[in-house]
Design a protein around this ligand. Structure first.
Ligand SMILES: Nc1ncnc2c1ncn2[C@@H]1O[C@H](COP(=O)(O)OP(=O)(O)OP(=O)(O)O)[C@@H](O)[C@H]1O
Length: 281
């Protein structure tokens, strides 16, 4: 077993360039056993690219990406190539790309609460059920590191909470590291140890604060919702140009952004009720 003191994966100043354009740059990121690290950022900010570098599927064009020797990785991709016109049962889907024993398969489906749908056709699953099957497939081989690219997509708000809870349970039970990607800028798991916000580079990072105590928030989401979610807001006030340089609010352009400029982030404690509808999308 890999030692907990050793990072499972570590990116140092990693950047990916394609066709003369930097998709991401200067990414520092580390995931250790037992940690949940969440990548957030707007569409196109480089979350999936960063995850692929962490997985080792994409080599960094600059900087370094290192993985612990012998690291076992489970991956839930953002898009799954399934021919939805063909009949395909959950049972069969589990073993399409994975050599699994029946026990491994059954245990994984049971752990993600979807064993009762083992003989269902994948195309008939609800969004939440399908995500549970993807999670089952990713944990079946007992990975050291789980990389989950938007694992709550197509799932309603209460389903999202249940999935986040399940991910935290999986982390506890398997003591694996989790790199979780969310396109949602406002809602992250309370169980997340660290949030890294990307916008072509690491915009800011930190521990998500406990949920706002406001009565409006609790009224909207209930005590369980309030206990599960943390709100993490900030504003970007600079723009990344296609050549990798940064244009600041005052119009100046520099090679890189600096830790002190342009990243205003605040934990929102009061004004959450008005945010609630957006959060629940
Ligand atoms: N292989 C590639 N070649 C060229 N450009 C790419 C490639 N892969 C991704 N991109 C571009 O890099 C940028 C970052 O993409 P990426 O998928 O990493 O972002 P993301 O934050 O995961 O976005 P989303 O939230 O929409 O999934 C996008 O502008 C995308 O079009």
């Amino acid at each position: 077993m890999l030692q907990s003191s050793q990072p499972l994966v570590c990116l140092e100043g990693a950047g990916v360039e394609r066709g003369g354009r930097w998709l991401v740059r200067n990414i520092d990121l580390e995931v250790r056993r037992g940690e949940i690290v969440t990548l957030i950022g707007p569409n196109g900010s480089g979350k999936s690219t960063t995850a692929r570098v962490a997985l080792g599927v994409v080599a960094p064009s600059e900087g370094r990406a290192t993985r612990a020797p012998g690291l076992r990785v489970g991956y839930v991709p953002q898009k799954v190539a399934v021919d939805w016109t063909l009949p395909l049962t959950v049972d069969r889907f589990m073993t399409l790309t994975n050599r699994l024993s029946r026990d491994e398969k059954d245990a994984a489906l049971a752990e993600t609460g979807i064993a009762h749908r083992a003989h269902a056709e994948v195309r008939n699953l609800s969004g939440g059920e399908f995500q549970r099957v993807l999670l089952a497939r990713a944990i079946a081989r007992r990975p050291d590191l789980l990389v989950l690219d938007e694992p709550v997509q197509g799932v309603d708000f209460s389903g999202e909470l249940a999935l986040y809870e399940l991910i935290a349970q999986i982390r506890d039970r398997h003591d694996c590291g989790v790199l979780l990607i969310s396109h949602d800028l406002h809602v992250v798991m309370a169980a997340t140890d660290r949030v890294i916000c990307l916008n072509g580079h690491v915009c800011c990072h930190g521990t998500p604060q406990a949920v706002a105590e406001s009565p409006e928030y609790r009224q909207l989401f209930g005590t369980r919702g309030a206990a599960q979610l943390a709100v993490y807001r900030h504003h970007h006030d600079h723009t990344h140009l296609p050549d990798g340089r940064v244009r600041h609010a005052d119009g100046t352009v520099t090679e890189h952004c600096h830790p002190e400029d342009g990243h205003h982030h605040e934990e929102e404690r009061a004004d959450v009720a008005s945010q609630g509808d957006a959060d629940a999308q």
